[in-house]
Design a protein around this ligand. Structure first.
Ligand code: ATP
Ligand code: MG
Length: 360
């Protein structure tokens, strides 16, 4: 049985339609929800929590319909995007508030406080009131309150966005460890793709109020279901080159490419979109590597081949950990993350993963 089910859930706002959303969140999983701003991420969490009433469909918690459960009976805790701490309580009192409300015994409360404070590095601010804390400190206290509560599932809405990069990286790993150790269900909303890809077991990609794809980080990255997902996931974004598979089904042609690309085996002719991840292209000097193609849906296929694609590098960004050039294909803006890669045009070999498909 799933920890949380959303069945055909809809909600209409004057200028926004959410859903219908069908989503089963497994017990003990960390489900990431990732999407552009205003795509409905927070609204989904609020509907699960019961703070926002859906117009249609049903939410079920461990098989029990949400219509039979008030907010406090759902066994959920939530870290809100716009933190809600009690201003008159200290950090420690804020963290332990739900446990005290639930009548948990004092020894257990002390244990939980110590455990989450250690993970979140807040031991030194436990005595402070929220008004005396920085934004990042308040965020960690809010997180501590949700984690200490020992709820069935924790809903996290951009829980570490106010922290600096180093702390964010450390915190997300700690959160993942804590979630695994306790076998808790987490629903984790973030607009930070790297963050959500790093910790989620599965990701729901939310675009314009609808789930465009649900899959593992690997699936949404390597086999995006639609071109909108392909364009959203990955930074710099995947190159999407409209074109067609020739009548003989043996080559891909596009106005954006000088020469057709030979396909590793015959496929259905017709319009397709070729997707190439910038980071999978290597410079002319690099060894040729296999180029798997995969199409979507009705025309799914994969094989290995190698292909040379004309790349124009028009923008460079320094990334110390990347040594090979990354480029997007002409005529779209191109990106290299190698400092050395300042020359304007090169020929590159596209390597894994490359995708051709009649994706919408
Ligand atoms: N109570 C409301 N009344 C009217 N419109 C609303 C209400 N709540 C949300 N919306 C609209 O619904 C859309 C989705 O909002 P939501 O907060 O769920 O998006 P989000 O993905 O969490 O965005 P962000 O990334 O900025 O946090 C937005 O266009 C928002 O203006
Ligand atoms: Mg939001």
């Amino acid at each position: 049985m799933n920890a949380i089910d959303l069945n055909a859930v809809t909600k209409s706002f004057p200028a926004f339609e959410l859903g219908p959303i069908d989503l089963g969140i497994r017990k003990g999983e960390l489900l990431g929800i990732f999407g552009p701003p205003s795509s409905g991420k927070t609204s989904v969490l609020k509907i699960i929590l019961g703070l926002l009433q859906q117009d249609g469909g049903e939410v079920a918690l461990a098989g029990v319909s949400g219509s039979e459960l008030g907010v406090s009976e759902r066994g959920l805790s939530m870290v809100f995007q716009n933190l809600a701490l009690f201003p008159h309580l200290s950090g420690a009192e804020n963290i332990t508030f739900p446990l005290r409300e639930a009548g948990t015994d004092a020894t257990r409360i002390a244990e939980r406080l110590e455990a989450v404070s250690r993970v979140l590095h807040v031991e030194h601010i436990l005595h402070k009131k929220p008004g005396q804390m920085s934004g990042g400190e308040r965020q960690r206290i809010a997180l501590g309150r949700a984690l200490a509560a020992e709820s069935g599932a924790v809903l996290l809405d951009e829980p570490i966005s106010a922290l600096d990069a180093r702390l964010r990286e450390e915190m997300r790993l700690e959160l993942k460890r804590l979630q695994r150790e306790q076998g808790q269900t987490f629903v984790y909303v973030s607009h930070d793709e790297e963050e959500v890809m790093a910790i989620a077991d599965r990701i729901a990609i939310l675009i314009d109020g609808k789930i465009a794809q649900l899959g593992t980080p690997d699936e949404v990255y390597n086999t995006p279901a639609t071109s909108a997902v392909a364009a959203l996931v990955g930074s710099p974004p995947m190159n999407l080159i409209p074109g067609r598979v020739a009548e003989d089904g043996r080559s891909f042609q596009s106005d954006a490419l000088k020469d057709p690309i030979a396909l590793p085996r015959q496929v259905r002719a017709g319009p397709v979109t070729l997707g190439v991840r910038p980071k999978t292209s290597t410079s002319r000097r690099a060894r040729r590597t296999p180029l798997p193609f995969a199409s979507s849906r009705s025309n799914r296929w994969a094989a290995t081949a190698s292909s040379t694609l004309p790349l124009r590098v028009s923008r460079c960004a320094f990334a110390p950990h990347v040594t090979s050039p990354r480029a997007t294909i002409s005529p779209r803006p191109c990106v290299s993350t190698s400092r050395a890669c300042t020359s304007s045009i090169r020929t590159a070999t596209a390597s894994d993963p490359c995708r051709i498909g009649d994706i919408p």
